[in-house]
Design a binder for this molecule. Structure first.
Ligand SMILES: [Zn+2]
Length: 252
């Protein structure tokens, strides 16, 4: 089973096209991540994804987003999970304007541990000028994972040349996704995949993700190809393409 662990769907976009492009690439399920810079955008994104997941439960699953620095963030997230069946939390520190090591993030991390739901953090680059890249430094996840050992965390856009593989390798509760950064580097250096798994000392901490959305469905294949071509056993490939995702989404 192929699961794309990192996609987005914006309001007013062509969802049937998105689903048919998933079919073309043999992707059974996409995790759709809520995204927004402010409360209004976040609420609209959560609402849209809740409706889409309800309509296409076998093809789409959702991660809600709330801003951790808001007083009611924990309550807001819990309600989204209880009322709309969200399967995880998505946080984008650079555009939501909080740092991963902000102590105000802690109550949400503890709530995710209690609900046994994973948290996916955007890390690395951002194109929005007001986005603060330092806030999404993956290095900060190392300490957060020590503080919250029972919270499952995913480093989105995991960088093979950053500390990311080591952080995911050393913490039982940390994973990374291959979205864009890995695919870009694997195109330049095809050996990077097996090397990175060696550094991590595990083939169970990497998740295929694409950042595809209805306007950029080419990203499904762009991110899949380097994994399809990776010089690893079929067993390892199956874990990256969907096996590990099934565990995190409790589909196994
Ligand atoms: Zn994304």
């Amino acid at each position: 089973m192929v699961i794309d662990f990192h996609t987005h769907i914006q309001p007013g976009t062509d969802v049937p096209h998105f689903l048919s492009e998933m079919d073309k690439e043999g992707i059974q399920l996409s995790v759709v991540l809520a995204l927004g810079q402010d409360q209004e955008e976040l609420e609209a994104s959560n609402r849209l994804i809740a409706g889409l997941v309800e309509k296409h439960p076998s093809r789409l699953t959702g991660f809600a987003s709330v801003t951790p620095t808001r007083k009611n963030a924990v309550k807001e997230f819990e309600e989204l999970v209880r009322n709309h069946g969200f399967r995880g939390l998505k946080l984008h520190p650079p555009i939501q304007h909080f740092s991963i090591d902000d102590p105000r993030v802690s109550p949400l991390m503890e709530k995710c541990a209690e609900l046994d739901l994973p948290v996916l953090f955007h890390t690395g680059g951002v194109f929005l000028r007001e986005g603060i890249i330092r806030y999404g430094d993956p290095l900060l996840i190392d300490e957060l994972a020590i503080r919250h050992p029972n919270t499952t965390m995913i480093i989105a856009h995991g960088n093979p040349f950053g500390p990311d593989p080591y952080i995911a390798g050393k913490h039982p509760n940390v994973y990374l996704d291959t979205t864009l950064t890995f695919a870009q580097i694997a195109r330049l250096i095809p050996r990077i995949g097996p090397e990175m798994l060696d550094w991590m000392r595990s083939d169970e901490k990497v998740l295929y993700g694409s950042d595809a959305n209805p306007n950029r469905t080419w990203r499904f294949k762009y991110n899949l190809d380097p994994i399809r071509e990776m010089d690893v056993s079929e067993e390892t490939r199956a874990k990256i393409l969907g096996g590990t995702a099934m565990k995190l989404l409790k589909l196994d």
